[in-house]
Design a protein around this ligand. Sequence first.
Ligand code: ZN
Ligand code: ZN
Length: 411
Amino acid sequence: MPSVLWILFDGGGDRPSGGKTPFYVAFKPTIDYLTSLGSCGVLDPISPGVRPGSDTAHLALFGYDPYKYYTGRGAFEALGADVQLKPGDVAFRTNLATVDDSGTVIDRRAGRYIAPEEARAVEKVLNKIGEEVGRKYGVEVVYKSTVEHRGVLVLRGAVSHRVSDTDPHKVGAKLLRSEPLDNSKEAALTAEVVNEITRRFSEAAKELEINKTRRLEGRLPINAILLRGGGYMPQIEPIKERYNIKAAAIAGVALIRGVARAVGMDVYTAPGLGGTKDDKFDEALKLAVELMARYDLVFLHVKGTDSTSHDGDFNGKVSVIERLDKSLAPYLDKLLSNYLVVTSDHATPVSVKEHTGEPVPIMLYGPDVVTDDVAKFSELTCWRGALGRIRGLDVMPILGSYLGLTEKFGE
Ligand code: ZN
Ligand code: ZN
């Protein structure tokens, strides 16, 4: 049984500068060889002109309408941090921060460095506060620290994501009170719970041993938690049921791991794949090829193309693409008898340093896929290909059809 390897360059799409794009310039003989044998096209991740976030774009690419399933980043971030979520749970992204006596934010990241043992100490305090506040309001509260100052706060019970952030999103502004954004009693209760946890944490922080040490060392205390991006965990039919495709994802970025997990993919990590611009892909591709024996679809997320784009680093972006291709080369024979998809989740032009709404190139290779006359994978060439112009939501049905796994529509 053939299976699909799907390589996604996050923010890989670009606009021509000096007539060229990173995909066009990059030396990527393996991807280009398979491109010459397969079909190319352009892809609107959501729909023409919509500037996607990585989360909404991935939902669409995995075959789930983001307008139906996306309720904010928090839930996916929490899933990506290995927090178990149930449908209806509300999750926030959090920052540990420093505020002054008047509640004005001095540093949104509490000096940027938080040691793992400090994060664990905060986790303990916040979960204790969560337990007490939760008991009072009849909800379950879980806090989990993720990377450095970041974490997730999950509320379970009669709660709602329709509340405002407490994060003012800038220094020099006051820590905000969360307000309900609709008239439901769930939103009112959620805002109360959030505000009480926020207040109690700032109080408890005064007595925290780690803060005494941090002060002695001249470091900023951790004395506030900022919440943003509240979202609830939607009820999502797993990808195996919806498309009859058994899928795995390899990703280092928590948000992408979370989206993949939310749609029922098995999620893997690989050494070297931390989600940075310096990632190495040898181990990730080795794992991907191994997994192809057990899965119909193996998705590999490459973050570096997006990070370099946000930095405006054209050469860095080219280098990420070239490194990936080099690590892919040993598997050419294996790929020739399977399927390969290469695309992006959105364009992040290095000239703009932000996500933009134009389509991105896509290629599909397979032993039985039409060969068109495009021999180079890039924004400038894929327009001429046999796939034409498709949307993110079209990808899974196309793959399901080639794999012979989808049901016929009608008789
Ligand atoms: Zn992205
Ligand atoms: Zn980005």
